[in-house]
Design a protein around this ligand. Structure first.
Ligand SMILES: Cc1ncc(COP(=O)(O)O)c(C=O)c1O
Length: 428
């Protein structure tokens, strides 16, 4: 039996869906190369023995809450509630770390933020006339999820300060309306965005929310990196600034705990009014969709992350102090080494420039050549350093001469070595 690709779902012919796999494969093909490619956390903070300790702590917590052995057995081994079992701990963490008052009922625990994205897009976009606005460059996880759901996306360029320019959001929303379609929601990563590394200033956040309200657009805030801010509280989340329930908030434990747990969540506190007076929260509607996708998020993952939250009194910023310092030092080293290898005169001569994120995992380098997969392969093969081409992050084209550098999985020594190799490649 041979299945023609064109008879399968259209997304399968879209190169977007290969972007992640290609990078993972390249990393395995060049195991000795310094890899600025993956946005994975640094493994030096992970100890295998910690996993059973976290699990034990969570089981003790269940017992403390009065669950007997049979109830604990059911909680751990059985199918569980679709919305999850650690919403109370996640709500406490959001209150402690982000100043967000979230009712546990408005939370859905998901299989990574990725599932949260898929459920949110499915629930919010009612039909083919609904358009998702996305900042450009944009995380491929959301453009990919939209592609799977046959949703139309409309890119909104990032402004010079980071994040989508609020006025550009207004223009895009109006343009969509002028076509007779509905600009349903805007997807945005306001803190240390993937791939650009930039963070929206507070003023731009309030302006963005005002524009969204004026244009009747919902906001999907994805915040996997905000916990790593050097100065907590400097830039409140959109959700914290949201006064009219416009923001659906996606969280992930992939970077603050560990990605192997595949645990994320959605804060969906919007009320949904149904016919016949049926009312509930958007979280309940997401759970209904989830019951037909992953049924429920694995209890074991929730138990381990729950134990981890308990170990740190539901304070992930404090728990991640060493990781935050590690990533901040990595970013400082990256920017310092770029400065060292490309002094101002060299930058001008070669046509090289980069942005200066004040934290997070990513920075973007503009180079004088097409930074595509072929260039990346040559750089890995001949110079021993890997990076990520930016073009796949631009839904409507662009970014051909840009590459993303991620410091997250590297040591300082590797970053120093990697920038030297990259500089040699760029100068070649
Ligand atoms: C912006 C953004 N959102 C979501 C995710 C994925 O989160 P999760 O691993 O929880 O699915 C990532 C991972 O790299 C990301 O960069």
């Amino acid at each position: 039996m041979r299945l023609p690709l064109e008879d399968l779902h259209g997304s399968l012919a879209d190169p977007l869906l290969d972007a992640m796999t290609f990078l993972n494969e390249a990393t395995t093909r060049y195991p000795d190369a310094v890899s600025f490619a993956p946005g994975r956390p640094y493994e030096g903070f992970f100890e295998p023995e910690d996993v059973p300790a976290h699990l034990d702590r969570f089981l003790a917590h269940l017992a403390d809450r009065g669950l007997d052995r049979d109830a604990v057995r059911t909680a751990l081994f059985q199918y569980g509630p679709t919305k999850g079992v650690i919403a109370d701990l996640v709500a406490r963490t959001l209150a402690n770390d982000e100043g967000l008052a979230v009712a546990p009922e408005s939370l859905v625990l998901t299989v990574g933020a990725q599932e949260g994205m898929l459920l949110t897009l499915r629930a919010l976009c009612a039909g083919p006339d609904d358009v998702l606005l996305v900042s450009s460059p944009c995380y491929v996880g959301v453009t990919g999820a939209a592609r799977l759901l046959d949703l139309t996306t409309r890119p909104v360029p990032e402004g010079p300060d980071g994040g989508p320019d609020p006025e550009a959001v207004r223009e895009a929303a109006r343009a969509v309306r002028a076509e007779g379609r509905r600009p349903r929601a805007l997807y945005v990563v306001p803190d240390f965005a993937n791939p650009s590394g930039t963070s929206m200033p507070v003023g731009a956040r309030t302006r963005l929310l005002a524009v969204a309200a004026e244009e009747g657009v919902l906001v999907i805030e994805d915040n996997p990196y905000g916990f790593f801010a050097r100065t907590p509280g400097l830039r409140p989340t959109l959700k914290a600034l949201d006064r009219d329930g416009r923001v659906v908030y996606l969280g992930s434990f992939a970077k603050t705990c560990f990605p192997g747990a595949r645990l994320g969540y959605v804060v969906a506190d919007q009320e949904v009014a149904g016919p016949g007076g049926r009312r509930g929260l958007l979280a309940d509607e997401l759970a209904r969709l989830k019951s037909m996708t992953t049924v429920n998020t694995p209890a074991l993952s929730q138990a381990v992350i729950g134990g981890m939250l308990l170990a740190h009194d539901c304070r992930l910023r404090a728990a991640n102090a060493a990781a935050t310092a590690h990533y901040a030092a990595g970013m400082d080293t990256l920017l310092r080494e770029l400065d060292r290898h490309f002094p101002a005169s060299e930058r001008r001569r070669l046509g090289v420039s980069w942005n200066r994120p004040d934290g997070g995992f990513f920075a973007v380098l503009t180079v004088p050549f097409t930074a595509d997969e072929t260039a990346m392969e040559r750089c890995a093969r001949e110079y021993g350093v890997l990076w990520t081409p930016m073009a796949p992050f631009y839904p409507a084209g662009g970014g051909e001469r840009r590459l993303r550098l991620s410091i997250s999985s590297l040591t300082q020594a590797q970053i120093i070595d990697g920038v030297a190799k990259l500089a040699a490649f760029i100068g070649s």
